[in-house]
Design a protein around this ligand. Sequence first.
Ligand SMILES: Cc1cc2nc3c(=O)[nH]c(=O)nc-3n(C[C@H](O)[C@H](O)[C@H](O)COP(=O)(O)OP(=O)(O)OC[C@H]3O[C@@H](n4cnc5c(N)ncnc54)[C@H](O)[C@@H]3O)c2cc1C
Length: 430
Amino acid sequence: MNQPDTLILGGGISGLLAAWHLRRAGQVVEVWEASDAVGGWVQTLPWPGPKGEPGFLERGPQGLRLGRNCALARLCRDLDLSFVPRGPKGPRWVGKGGRRRPSPATPRGLLTDPDLGLAAKLRLLAEPFIGTGPEEEDLHRFFVRRLGVDFARECLPALVAGVLAAPLERLGVEALPRLRTLEARGGLLLGALRGGPETTRLLQGGTGTLARTLAERLGCVHPQRRAQSLEALPGGRWRVRGEGLTLDAAQLVLALPTPAAAALLAPVAAPSAALLAAIPTLDLRVWHSRHAPVPGWERGFGLLIHPPEGPGLLGVVALAADDARGVPGLLQLRTYLGGAFPVAPGLEAWPGVFQELRRWLPELGEAVQVREEPCPGAFPLLAPGHTARLAQLLKALPPGLHWLGAARFGPGLPDLAEGIEAWAKTFPAR
Ligand SMILES: Cc1cc2nc3c(=O)[nH]c(=O)nc-3n(C[C@H](O)[C@H](O)[C@H](O)COP(=O)(O)OP(=O)(O)OC[C@H]3O[C@@H](n4cnc5c(N)ncnc54)[C@H](O)[C@@H]3O)c2cc1C
């Protein structure tokens, strides 16, 4: 068997990105993926319609948030991926005070938010004049400092809960690394203006196309190869054993969920393993459902909720009626609950979830199809102080062992792509 310079464990998007960049730098790489399919959370799964019509659901991201020249956009260009032309989006709401309201993440929502007085709106204009903050800060303090206490209290909890599945206070700024980039560029507003517009783009064939294409182009990604143990060899090389296979490599990259990485590292790098094991991960419950169409929602919709508003629902997003992943004539939703918030017993089965959905979306009819896709350990919870612990963890890793993934660079694909591209530039040459 050919010995690679670098063996990458985990064929999720992190492992695939690492392989892509190292290969381009001239390394001979190989990727081991435990499951039958590559992509980890970035997979578009078949979900036929009620009459067997072709249809799909996304395990993870439904679209890619892209800036003009961000690492993820560059990657999509390098891979020649095609995007689906897309019209305007449907309504975006937050659930608040028992009602849905226009999302304050849009200019209209911001101007019309009834809980944000004139003083709070004027306070937003001061944001470009606020300097950078302390290294260790939770998201609540970060936003209070930059945007004012009213905005942080009234507008952000639902947006953050709906995206990161945890309350602002339990998350460090590290959970959204882009915030520090924007701050360094002169503030959230100026930084965003200077960085150019960002849009959510949909890939032809779904988000899973990204992972599939990477794996096809690499040609060295092996599904059904679960790494089971690591061993340090004399001369600084590493041996990996997994289900009847043994492979030696000079460099090992662990692109695994943190519990899996911690378990493998425990016998060979106990201090790093202990720090990894201490990073909490969040479980999400995700329900996909199809319903009769609802007038006004043809362009899809999004609704984010901060769970103290209800028994644990975090959000729901709809595909646009012309989205090729859906089934023509049916409205397709993805509803998610849990994360760092408790889920009330009634929401453990679809009838309870539907009842809760109807509280916010009374227009919604009974589902004609429902499928649950549980997401255990979906996100790492990057608490305040994560960067300092991360530095300790990386310092404690023995030479030749590398670790990357959502807990290192943030769970968003643009952050992962940016982080892994930069990481690969520091990788030891052959
Ligand atoms: C429901 C949901 C919605 C999301 N929405 C968005 C979004 O809108 N925008 C966004 O940017 N991000 C989103 N994300 C986050 C994003 O998808 C993830 O952060 C990202 O995909 C993580 O990729 P990864 O490769 O680091 O980890 P994973 O995808 O977890 O991949 C790790 C891989 O390692 C494999 N593995 C595990 N153990 C072993 C072993 N012992 N040996 C070999 N392989 C092993 C696993 O099978 C898996 O394939 C979402 C995630 C979820 C779950």
